[in-house]
Design a protein around this ligand. Structure first.
Ligand code: HEM
Length: 119
């Protein structure tokens, strides 16, 4: 079964986006990356991000992850923190630990193409 469905489908994802949006937009280390884009774009980012992370029904068709993040100077620290915060949001909506682990494993594969500055 797809991670998306296992985590609870649309309803669970909507709850994750709300919770995650709050965590990211108030995070001291992460928020600067999103301060130049508006809140609608941040929600869009989170939604697209979750589509990639969970392999949902609307498969992501945007720019490649390398292209989308080129020049943003994303640090290793920020990357790890974003993944950690997502784990917390998934936990908050009741996702099983093994599913959170699968999401982490999938996102970790993108580390090398997104991170430009190793901190
Ligand atoms: C962990 C894995 C990540 C995934 C799967 C991911 C996914 C995405 C996606 C799907 C987009 C939209 C691309 C488009 O259609 O144009 C995007 C854009 C963006 N991401 Fe990420 N992202 C990740 C990590 C990060 C991190 C760690 C940061 C910064 C701390 C970040 C900051 C941004 C910003 C600022 C944009 C907007 C770029 C623009 O519109 O010019 N992302 N990301």
């Amino acid at each position: 079964m797809k991670l998306y469905d296992e985590i609870g489908g649309d309803a669970a994802i909507a709850a994750v986006v709300s919770d995650y949006w709050h965590r990211v937009s108030t995070d001291e280390l992460l928020s600067p990356w999103f301060s130049t884009i508006d809140s609608r774009q941040l929600r869009f980012h989170l939604h697209a991000y979750l589509t990639v992370a969970l392999d949902g029904p609307e498969l992501y068709k945007g720019r490649s992850m390398r292209h989308a993040h080129a020049g943003l100077r994303v640090t290793g620290e920020a990357f790890d923190l974003l993944v950690l915060r997502l784990g917390e949001s998934l936990e908050a909506v009741g996702a099983a630990p093994q599913n959170i682990h699968r999401v982490n494993a999938r996102l970790s594969q993108l580390r090398a193409v997104i991170v430009e500055v190793e901190s």
